[in-house]
Write a protein that binds this ligand. Structure first.
Ligand code: XMP
Length: 517
């Protein structure tokens, strides 16, 4: 792999994704990795990421100097560029000047292999205090800015390169070209990482792991469980059984999507558990959000355990212990829970699909090395319906946490109708790519006066919560076109009974969370 050395900012994952977009497999390692640990991974190239520190700080994250002696092509970015300069005999100066945001960089000479062919002046994204004031011996300066004399350097013989700016962010005009040039031209790596290869590799791995054993999978209707299940099915066919629990808190058409389109496109053996009544009974009279989440989580596990024990009994009768369980764990989960970087930054959300810890299963996790966009690409390659592969995030507790107040069958019906209209209009307007997700919330305990025809109405408001986000940790409200908002509002108030008002949530996160509960 190409190893991305993580110096502790959020940039490492982005860099790893850009490398894969260039068709080369990448993994993230913490900056504390020793030269021996790095060598053991047999890297074909290294990229040193940016980081929040100054090389002058007392506990500044450092790099085992042996790593730059391994003879591996290396690209340093921002802080990684400075670490490289320092270790190889250049000078890093603490000038007190800061460069932040869009900056003009000018090529020095032809820009070398790294920047060659790019315009002499380009817009790059900077974020640094210290700067490299002298390149190490044997290095050529490839670019500079007004504030930074050495903004990029290279040593073609050693295949060492560095840039002060962030080529991984879209605000750097020729950013991806820098990464592509480094990987393909400088390091000579072929672009052979693509969905087809990933599928072939995972299928082989899954077969090796489970042999002839039986495998259980829980489908939630979301992208990750849909793709991981389809991959395992591709590998082991009918040794796999998928379970889908309909808790009644799904959106309009979701169950049908799974039961019809998904099954038709994969051939997966699916068991649907209709638990709608059980969930409604358990939720009766409850309006506290945390309470609702707990109840939904508990009922989910109960329903799953019931069907699981039936399936295990069935398998046991045929001499198989049904030992394997599919999980749609993604690479960011692995990295964020310490599996990749040592930075613990785990989301506190527990998925309703999250299964009890005492289950005696061995996990099959075919998406563990993949990012979300790669998972979607694989899903498409496997022929899954676009409605599932392109789906925006949806919380495990479903519509249960989008009804502010008690959850009842009537209220679910109202919310489902309003949500379907909003989704339909957003898709029709071509806005799905711009929004991260758009929760539609029913304020069931609020009423307001309205007028319709000749009559006074006393109905409930629906809240639209369109947000833009990179990772759901922070978000901004999406500036949707007025005519689209107007269309959604008109349709909801006309077509959904008991709703006489539509309001727009214009709060960023923080301070508001994306969901209302
Ligand atoms: P908040 O509301 O915390 O949501 O800003 C952040 C993201 O997480 C989703 N979300 C959940 N997902 N189980 C999930 O699987 C949950 O309990 C849960 N709660 C919120 C939310 O839709 C958003 O994408």
């Amino acid at each position: 792999p190409v190893l991305v050395v993580d110096f502790g900012a959020q940039y490492a994952q982005l860099i790893a994704r850009r490398v894969r977009e260039a068709g080369v497999y990448s993994e993230i390692v913490p900056h504390t990795a020793t030269a021996a640990e790095v060598a053991a991974k047999e890297p074909v190239a290294l990229i040193l990421s940016g980081g929040p520190s100054s090389v002058y700080e007392k506990d500044a994250p450092s790099l085992d100097p042996g790593i730059l002696q391994l003879g591996v092509p290396t690209l340093g970015i921002c802080y990684g560029f400075q670490v490289m300069a320092q270790q190889l005999g250049g000078t890093v100066a603490n000038t007190g000047l800061r460069e932040y945001g869009a900056t003009d960089a000018s090529l020095t000479g032809d820009g070398g292999v790294l920047l060659g062919g790019q315009p002499a002046d380009q817009n790059v994204w900077m974020s640094h205090g210290d700067q490299v004031s002298a390149a190490p011996e044997g290095f050529e300066v490839l670019a500079s800015t007004t504030a930074t004399p050495v903004a990029a350097f290279g040593n073609a013989e050693k295949c060492f390169y560095g840039v002060q700016w962030h080529p991984e962010v879209k605000h750097s005009d020729y950013g991806q070209d820098v990464i592509v040039n480094f990987l393909h031209k400088a390091a000579g790596l072929p672009a052979d990482w693509n969905s087809g290869n990933v599928i072939a590799e995972q299928v082989a791995r899954i077969r090796a792991q489970v042999g002839s054993g039986r495998v259980l999978s829980a489908l939630s209707g979301g992208v990750d469980s849909a793709v991981s299940t389809a991959l395992v099915h591709e590998a082991v066919g009918d040794q796999l059984v998928a379970v889908f629990i309909d808790h009644g808190l799904l959106r309009k058409g979701e169950r049908e999507q799974v039961e019809n389109d998904y099954v038709a496109s994969t051939g997966v053996r699916l068991i649907t558990v209709d638990a709608r009544e059980t969930f409604l009974e358990a939720l009766a009279g409850v309006s506290d959000p945390e309470q609702k989440r707990k109840i939904i989580g508990r009922e989910f596990i109960r329903a799953f355990e019931k069907v699981q024990s039936e399936l295990i009994a069935e398998a046991a009768a045929e001499g198989d212990p049904m030992r394997f369980l599919v999980q749609g764990t993604l690479y960011p989960d692995v990295v964020e829970s310490g599996g990749g970087t040592g930075t613990a930054n785990i989301k506190s959300h527990h998925n309703v699909g999250g299964l009890p810890e005492d289950l005696q299963f061995e996990l099959v996790e075919p998406l563990r090395t993949l990012f979300k966009d790669e998972v979607r690409a694989i899903g498409r390659e496997l022929g899954l319906p676009e409605a599932i592969v392109g789906r925006q995030p949806f919380p495990g507790p479903g519509l249960g946490i989008r009804i502010v107040g008690e959850v009842t069958a009537d209220r679910l019906e109202i919310l489902r109708d309003a949500d379907a209209i909003a989704r339909e209009e957003l898709t029709k307007a071509g806005l799905d790519g711009e929004i991260w997700q758009c929760p539609v919330v029913l304020l069931a305990d609020v009423r307001s006066v309205g007028v319709q025809g000749d009559g006074r109405t006393y109905g409930h408001p629906i809240v639209l919560r369109p947000v833009s986000s990179e990772d759901a940790m922070t978000a901004d409200w999406t500036r949707l076109p007025y005519d689209v908002l107007s269309k959604i509002s008109n349709r909801i108030t006309n077509e959904v009974r008991e709703v006489n008002r539509v309001v727009l949530d214009v709060t960023s996160k923080p301070p508001g969370t994306i969901e209302w509960e």
